[in-house]
Design a protein around this ligand. Structure first.
Ligand code: GLC
Ligand code: MG
Length: 252
């Protein structure tokens, strides 16, 4: 067996079925000890909401955590973010000017202050109006010359991020930093903010069986042999996918 880079979303992907997660944890932790596999969590949560989850669930200590939909990277449990990553987020990012545009949309309700950061402006946006409003917001930002990533997920969250930030770009950054080939990298997710990890189609992807329609529909329209839609939910779906791609030997 050879090492691989394992990167997973937390809510409703790794976390959601405690028994299956414990089973997956055992496999991953053994693989890390024996072969040097790396474990990364990639979440929409802020560092403080991530800490909250750590106190609630028996998660393994990851080699890195990507927080705020790709706007922060922390290694080995450190609370100091990777400065190099910020170099990639700065170009073209003008958060104040983004907010001047979003203020014009009364239907955008800002998320709590804790979920905002220098590289992330986050809102609640009703799923019923999102399909109409998102293109308008995007057009208004473009008209101001602002190049950003708009990430809609969970049928309620809108994250506006620098052009250089999302979960997929953070994954590629870590993969290159640690020298993992795309085919030795596997990303797991369940919702719209995970889509960027599946987008290039070069890395392996596992979509858990309980994935939201916003991700599942995209997968149906853009199938790839490198992406696996699991039948099982949450961590059980991840295990199913890791077996499918041969990252783990599950029957022996
Ligand atoms: C998490 C974050 C929130 C973000 C959402 C979707 O819930 O707390 O700020 O909008 O993930 O990415
Ligand atoms: Mg999720």
């Amino acid at each position: 067996m050879a090492p691989f880079l394992f990167i997973t979303d937390l809510d409703h992907t790794l976390v959601g079925d405690d028994d299956a997660m414990m089973q997956l944890n055992q496999h991953l932790s053994r693989h890390r000890d024996e072969y040097g596999t790396k474990i990364v969590y990639s979440t929409g949560r802020s560092p403080s909401l991530y800490q909250e989850l750590l106190s609630e669930k028996p998660l393994l200590s990851p080699d890195a955590v990507v927080t705020g939909v790709g706007t922060g990277i922390y290694y080995d449990g450190s609370t100091v973010p990777d400065r190099l990553w910020y170099d990639q987020l700065n170009p073209g990012w003008q958060r104040d000017r983004v907010l001047a545009v979003t203020n014009l949309f009364a239907d955008l309700e800002p998320q709590p202050e804790d979920e905002q950061n220098d590289y992330k402006a986050s809102f609640f946006l009703d799923a019923a109006i999102a399909p109409d409003l998102l293109p308008q917001i995007e057009a208004s930002l473009r008209a101001e010359g602002l190049q950003v990533n708009l990430v809609y997920s969970g049928g309620e969250h809108l994250d506006i991020l620098p052009q250089g930030a999302n979960k997929g770009l953070a994954m590629v950054f870590l993969r290159q930093q640690w020298n993992f080939a795309p085919e030795r990298t596997v990303a797991c997710g369940d919702s719209g903010n995970d889509l960027s990890m599946f987008h290039s189609g070069a890395e392996r992807g596992i979509i858990v069986g309980n994935a939201m329609a916003e991700l599942r529909d995209w997968h149906d329209e853009n199938p790839s042999p490198n992406r696996y839609l699991a039948t099982s939910h949450c961590a059980a779906g991840i295990l199913e996918g890791l077996g499918y791609f041969g990252f783990l030997q599950l029957n022996g």
